[in-house]
Design a protein around this ligand. Structure first.
Ligand code: FUB
Length: 346
């Protein structure tokens, strides 16, 4: 939701109309990646703080330093904060901005995947390993080779393969990688290097993970999102094109790639037949929330499906002080997701 409309919001009224409340209120949390491990819900969010950085379109105000893991016995249970699971100071290659993470499990080990800016100001994606879903996580000395940009989401397919989806434009730097290497020109502009409006939009990326989940098994590939006529969405299609916050879930044998449209504030999805796509745009999952960003994950818990998301209601609209929430989603007989409106109408 745009900043300039926030000053007119009555937050007490809005919070009364919200379809769900913050899962934790003692800290600010965002970008929730939820998984069920051993029958329990674990949420891997960003840990929002006010580090005093001025707001800009590169997201400098998102100056997060560490990760906390949140667990819940069920979606209605109290959410428990397990404290700091990884701090930027422990990561040799990382300098700042611990943005949206994800985690997954393999052979009894837990892997935290996270983006951060390296000492050259370039976003890379790292891995840290733990013996427990709540950490602590020990980081690798180097980021994943040939990783770039932000918002990793690691999906385990039914055949035991793991795939990382990632990417984000503007402050997430995806547009700087169009030529295959980082383009550092015009560093202050979030929109330099973007395609023209009538050109295909930038694609999110996918890479299969190696067996040890520490590297990409191949060079990252484009994830194509198509319209109803089979054409790639255009850069000017701001209400539907990819911006950031990739997620993958599988429903009734189909692959659902979901993402945020960023500056138009929707969580949308597209459906495909395999992890690599292409995916055909299928609609909106979540209408805009209070706060500029919208980010989510989708997780099956006890045979129901849930959207984990965030908004800035608890901080009365402060863009970089967000709170994670959860709401059930439902599918119709054709596999279409019913769009959630985050606040009931007056
Ligand atoms: O939390 C920092 C950034 O804001 C995330 O990486 C984006 O997806 C957006 O939610």
């Amino acid at each position: 939701m745009p900043e300039d409309s926030i000053e007119h919001i009555d937050f007490e009224d809005l919070n009364n109309r919200a379809i769900s409340q913050p899962l934790v209120k003692h800290i600010y949390t965002a970008d929730p990646s939820a998984h069920v491990f051993d029958g329990k819900i674990y949420i891997y969010p960003s840990h929002d703080v006010d580090a005093g950085e001025a707001f800009d379109d590169l997201g400098s105000h998102f100056a997060m330093e560490d990760y906390h893991v949140i667990s819940m016995d069920s979606v209605d249970a109290e959410a428990k904060d397990h404290g700091v699971a990884l701090h930027v100071n422990q990561v040799p290659w990382a300098d700042k901005q611990m943005w949206a993470p994800d985690a997954n499990e393999k052979d009894g080990k837990y892997y935290l995947f996270f983006p951060a800016k390296d000492h050259d100001g370039i976003f890379r994606i790292g891995v840290a390993i733990g013996k427990s879903p709540i950490g602590p996580f020990k980081p690798q000395n180097e980021p994943i080779k040939d990783s770039f940009s932000i918002d990793p989401a690691v999906f385990k397919d039914d055949d035991g393969s793991y795939y990382m989806y990632f990417g984000g434009i503007w402050g997430g730097q995806l547009q700087r990688w169009r030529e295959g290497k980082f383009n550092a020109s015009e560093p202050e502009s979030p929109v330099a290097h973007l395609p023209e409006d009538n050109e295909p939009a930038l694609c999110p990326k996918i890479a299969k993970m190696t067996d040890d989940l520490l590297e990409f098994a191949h060079e990252a590939k484009d994830v194509f999102i198509l319209d109803e006529n089979g054409h790639q969405l255009l850069n000017g299609d701001n209400d539907r094109r990819f911006f950031e916050a990739a997620w993958m879930h599988k429903y009734n044998g189909k692959y659902y790639f979901s993402y945020s449209t960023g500056d138009t504030h929707f969580i949308c999805y597209a459906i495909g037949d395999n992890p690599y796509g292409p995916f055909t745009y299928a609609g909106r999952i979540l209408e805009p929330v209070v706060g500029w960003t919208s980010h989510h994950s989708i997780c099956e818990v006890d045979s129901k499906w849930y959207l984990f998301y965030h908004d800035s209601s608890l901080s009365a609209g402060v863009t970089h002080l967000r709170s994670i929430k959860v709401a059930e989603i439902t599918y119709d007989a054709d596999g279409k997701i019913k769009t959630l409106v985050p606040y009931k109408k007056k």
